[in-house]
Design a protein around this ligand. Structure first.
Ligand code: ATP
Length: 448
């Protein structure tokens, strides 16, 4: 049974190993803003790529899109964000801290117990102005979701992609929400990244498609290694549904602070296309050639956060084990998510070993994200790779110079196999595809 991890351990590992740093740290940081370091940027990219692969590349009914963060302000009036994208805010009359009214227990200020003001609705969109004149007419918003960029391009995509419904349009990009309360590391921040799919279907088939996407999305996390017992589904109550939603499910993950939303999958009906058609004056409907009918499609929307997924993957992969009396911290990340796939480690920084080690590195790096490390003892270098979740280490020793063989060490089993340098590429590629590799003809041991 893996160790229960608290958030402090994750935050400290992320800092120590170059995954995630506090933003503007040398100036004392900026509340709830985080920077992804050399390892974090790879992990985050792998999460995005895994989503894009499963949603866009492995299907013929979804296409991609990349729309601008700043949009015509009319978009946000039509979508209901100007009127309804609000949270109830209360302020403490003594310490002046502000809280989300629906997220606090009891009547007093959670910090000092002081009396709270009556709740007022606070709009979560960040406002800015476009162009050199700051006046009402130039007010624009940073998008709080990527979905609206998809809806306003519905007609462009339908007419240019020549695809039939059901058709999905997918987008990954930054969103901004001036959240009243942030926290729990990268769980809730004011700047984050969305991965959103708007899947357009014929009305009447929407409930079936909602079920389909709930299952698809749940399975995606499981396929990428998240333990099933740490995931659950929760249907929204009627009183909880967003203004546009007919039905909605949350995929929840057991974060250290308790079960919390990881992703939402909503049936948005025809709300958005109808609103944009009405407010823009441009018809947004679909002509079904086969049935000879025209209709406004319904939309199923799986909406996930890149950062929140990164956090769940990190927490689920984290483990502390005891190996022959020594503690090792390890991230059992799925091989497709691991920031580094292979680490090339000469046994020591010896001038005789360096040329072969470099040769091996140069051979591997065009095909796999590869790290080269010859500092400190081999044991410490293994521990470092374990902590960032590198699935395979390749060690070059003095025998390698004679027999042109190197050792592959597996992160999870700690098994070691000795293989010819010539075969290394092929063997690692198979292992990284998840294929079993028959090591029986080769020498195998477990790390001492
Ligand atoms: P919440 O109720 O937690 O405020 P929400 O239901 O408004 O979130 P959605 O609009 O459904 O969130 O966004 C979909 C996904 O985007 C969420 O499940 C989450 O993964 C991510 N997300 C939303 N807001 C944030 C945020 N402030 N920081 C990080 N990720 C976020």
């Amino acid at each position: 049974m893996p160790a229960k991890v608290d958030m402090d351990k994750i935050v400290s590992l992320c800092k120590r190993r170059g995954l995630i740093f506090p933003s503007s740290e040398i100036y004392g940081g900026l509340a709830s803003c985080w920077d992804y370091g050399p390892m974090g940027v790879e992990l985050k990219r792998n999460v995005r790529d895994a989503w894009w692969k499963s949603i866009v590349h492995e299907r013929d009914d979804v296409v991609g899109l990349d729309t601008s963060i700043m949009m015509h302000p009319g978009v946000w009036a039509a979508s209901g964000h100007i009127d309804s994208f609000t949270d109830p805010l209360v302020e403490c009359k003594s310490c002046h801290l502000r809280w989300r009214a629906d997220a606090i227990e009891g009547k007093g200020c959670p910090k000092c117990g002081g009396e709270l003001t009556e709740p007022r609705m606070f709009n979560l969109m960040f406002k800015t102005s476009m162009g050199p004149v700051e006046e009402e007419a130039s007010t624009i918003y940073l998008r709080p979701e990527t979905a609206q960029g998809i809806f306003v391009n519905f007609d462009n995509v339908i007419t240019t992609s020549r695809k039939k419904l059901p058709l999905g349009i997918a987008q990954i990009g930054k969103s901004f929400r001036n959240e009243i309360t942030t926290g729990n590391f990268i769980f809730r921040t004011r700047e984050f990244e969305h991965m959103e799919l708007e899947y357009f279907v014929k009305p009447g088939t929407d409930e079936e498609w909602l079920d389909y996407w709930v299952k698809e999305r749940f399975d995606w996390y499981v396929k990428l290694g998240v333990r099933k017992e740490n995931l659950r589904l929760r249907q929204h109550g009627k009183d909880e549904l967003a203004h546009y939603a007919r039905d909605c499910y949350d995929i929840e993950y057991l974060f250290p602070m308790g079960w919390s939303e990881l992703e939402g999958i909503a049936n948005r009906g025809d709300f958005d296309l109808i609103q944009h058609a009405k407010c823009s004056g441009k018809e947004l409907s679909y002509y079904d050639n086969e049935a000879g009918e025209k209709y406004v499609p319904y939309v199923i929307e799986p909406s996930a956060g890149v950062d929140r997924s990164v956090l769940a993957f990190l927490i689920d992969a984290y483990d502390e084990e005891e190996i022959e009396g020594e503690k090792r911290t390890v991230l059992h990340l799925h091989r497709s998510l691991a920031p580094i796939k292979v680490a090339v480690l000469p046994l020591s920084r010896n001038e005789k070993l360096t040329p072969l080690a470099k040769e091996v590195f140069n051979k591997l790096c065009p095909n796999f994200v590869t790290d080269y490390d010859d500092s400190q003892s081999i044991g410490r270098r293994y521990r470092r790779q374990d902590e960032i979740g590198t699935p395979f280490c390749v060690t070059i020793d003095f025998e390698s110079l004679e027999d042109k063989q190197v050792t592959i060490r597996e992160r999870d089993s700690l098994a070691q196999i000795r293989v010819p340098v010539e075969e290394l590429d092929k063997i690692l590629a198979a292992k990284l595809r998840g294929e079993a590799f028959d090591a029986s003809p080769l020498w195998a041991t477990r790390e001492k």
